[in-house]
Design a protein around this ligand. Structure first.
Ligand SMILES: Cc1cc2nc3c(=O)[nH]c(=O)nc-3n(C[C@H](O)[C@H](O)[C@H](O)COP(=O)(O)OP(=O)(O)OC[C@H]3O[C@@H](n4cnc5c(N)ncnc54)[C@H](O)[C@@H]3O)c2cc1C
Length: 404
């Protein structure tokens, strides 16, 4: 068994979390064929929540072609939000009012569950409760946000609209309005995933890396995974948690892989006091978002671009960081900061902002989890609940929301 180390991903710049302490996850090579109840492909945050949930009463193997946590998870800015990329009012128009309401309430419950799991397991990942400030922008103006806050409050979500005067007085921000919501959080996504994987290992899960799954074949009793290690993995159920590296043969209707950029200031950044407890994002396209990290860094992101590869372009990384910095400066002119880390990554988008958590078509005993949108980590929690309910022979009451 070897200890995995996180290395800087030279393609996309240096993620802040790559230098976090406590990321060691013991891994082993696949030296013989193995047989387990559940094989999870992908050791990012989705695979980690899945392994944590299932390893208590199943034998579990997690396989990753890279060291654990080195996919999208290490790049995440980890705003742990229940607010979906698409507002409740807009989502209602797409999927109907009742389903949209359920989707919002389920996301709210998932953030609550995430906090509970972290507390129960004693995972040190800088998790902090946060409120959120959703600023009016060119996608949704102040009237739309006022209606949105009313729709959310009607189902018990802790959101209220604030007009321009309150926004200026309380936050020093000059916009036509915003929604202030309670119940979100932020943390270090890599430490969270590492902690979950280690807890799963403590009750028997095994993490194999580097092992690439090159083919999967199902039969009435289970699935056989062929790997580049030359040994097969046999499982009663397989769960693809491959992030935005969509597995071949798994349809992804309506899903798009895009690029997104992020940066972090030096620690102990001087910022308005309210920002320590608040996540900020805006109803614009492309949108800007920011938050403080545990060590007082300002973490800022956005400038999404509809290209799956643009995040690998070094010259673009510099330009995008300049744009993100300028936008932040325009919003909070008093905040002077120096960029310490800048990075980029692949990001998934769906038409509804909802993830896909579904059985793989034409393959028995196989599930695929794709946590689209800016709520990828919240959706990883939901995915672990939906899939584990099915493996235990039941059905999650909200499973229908996440079928593409
Ligand atoms: C810059 C940025 C900012 C973000 N900000 C937020 C945010 O604020 N809040 C939020 O909730 N989400 C955010 N996200 C999204 C979030 O990071 C992702 O949804 C989440 O990390 C996905 O985790 P995952 O485990 O599904 O995928 P990954 O972390 O990508 O893990 C998938 C793993 O599968 C492995 N794999 C793939 N194919 C195979 C194979 N054939 N064999 C073996 N292994 C394989 C890969 O090596 C990889 O390690 C952000 C993403 C980016 C890039």
């Amino acid at each position: 068994m070897t200890g995995a180390t996180i290395k800087r991903d030279l393609r996309t710049g240096r993620s802040l979390w790559a230098d976090s302490p406590g990321l060691g996850v013991p891994v082993r090579p696949l030296k013989t064929a193995v047989s387990v109840d559940v094989a999870i492909i992908g050791a990012g945050i989705s695979g980690a929540f899945m392994a944590h949930e299932l390893s208590r009463d199943h034998t579990v193997a997690v396989l990753d072609r890279r060291p654990p946590l080195t996919g999208s998870t290490i790049a995440s800015t980890a705003l742990l939000q229940w607010e979906i990329d698409l507002p409740l009012t807009a989502l209602s128009e797409k999927i109907g009012k009742a389903k949209a309401r359920r989707a919002y309430l389920r996301s709210r419950a998932a953030v609550h569950d995430l906090k509970r799991i972290v507390a129960e397991e004693g995972i040190v990942c800088g998790l902090k409760d946060k409120s959120s400030l959703y600023l009016a922008g060119d996608d949704h103006g102040h009237r739309a946000l006022e209606a949105e806050a009313t729709a959310r409050a009607a189902i018990g979500l802790e959101s209220r609209f604030v007009g321009p005067d309150v926004l200026r007085a309380q936050f020093g921000i000059d916009r036509t309005g915003a929604i202030v919501s309670q119940g979100s959080a932020s943390g270090d996504p890599a430490r969270l995933a590492a902690g979950l994987l280690r807890r799963a290992q403590a009750v028997g899960a095994r993490v194999y890396s580097p092992v690439e799954v090159v083919e999967a074949a199902s039969d009435p009793d289970g699935v056989t995974l062929l790997t580049d290690a030359g040994h097969a993995v046999r499982a009663k159920t397989v769960v693809f948690c491959c992030g935005y590296e969509f597995p071949k043969g798994v349809p992804t209707p309506g899903a798009k892989v895009i690029s997104t950029w992020a940066l972090a200031s030096k620690p102990r950044q001087r910022c308005p006091a309210w920002l320590k407890d608040t996540l900020v994002w805006e109803a614009s396209d492309p949108y800007l978002y920011f938050r403080m990290g545990g060590d007082g860094r300002l973490i800022v992101g956005g400038e999404d671009e509809a290209s799956p590869d643009a995040h690998a372009d070094r010259a673009k990384l510099k330009r995008k960081c300049e744009t993100i910095s300028a936008k932040l400066k325009a919003l909070l002119p008093e905040v002077e900061f120096e960029v310490d880390y800048s990075w980029a990554g692949a990001f998934g988008e769906s038409a509804t902002g909802l993830p896909s958590i579904a059985p793989v078509p034409d393959m028995d005993h196989a599930w695929a989890v794709m946590g689209f949108g800016g709520n990828g980590i919240t959706y990883s929690v939901i995915a672990s609940q939906v899939v584990s309910a099915a493996i235990r022979g039941g059905t999650d009451a909200d499973a229908d929301l996440y079928r593409p």
